[in-house]
Write a new protein. Sequence first.
Length: 254
Amino acid sequence: MKIVYYNQEKKHRNWVKIAILCATTVAVLWSFFWLPYFRISQIKINDPLVDRGEIEEKLSSLLASFTKFYLPKNNYFFFPKEAAEKIILESGIGVANIQKKFPNKILVDFKEIKPKFLYCKEDSCFYIDKNGVPYESAPFFSNSPIPVLEVNKDIKLGEIFLETRIANFLIEFEKEIQKLGLKLKQVKIDQDIRLITSEDWYLILSLKSDMEDAQNIAKKLTLLFERTIKDRTNLEYIDMRFPNKAFYKIRIEI
């Protein structure tokens, strides 16, 4: 009986030692992650036109928050760069790629994205990329250098606003009609696609149009100009929604 009691007591002491060791290890690690040496204290930006103070302000709440284990998110090891990129995007500053640099730096690299479309609603305008995604705020243009979208839809930075298939079609189609000396001024999307050209007549196309249709439609348009509509001065619209058919209207001057 004494031997059994001794073994039980020995096991108990071992468990106590293990518990103390584990608690000490956790405490040391937890304290380690709170060291100032690993706290994000420097933010470097590659774009001189972007105000670093604005970036710091937008990220301040994120840097002051904690993980579910109550560890600081401004620690190099726990800093959520994807969340930071999303905050910068949704604030309208731009599309950024963030890199962590050991032990306490982050580099904010702004991507150069060429805007393909412009969308304005009330007093707010946004640049939209080739995938149909609004990525930053834009100024108001009285004469926009890129096509202006008119779509009855709510817009949110970083989320698809214009269906990518349609965006790709419009980009490719504009390349094709530039060969005819035309540009797109405005794109209206509702039950169909209406393209207002630089000559102030519009083209009606099907919502099913995709990038593979762009060249074919442009060729049909070229033939129409060569054979039928040789003078586009008073052209009001061309309707090419239906395969192998084209309807057009000429304005009658009074």
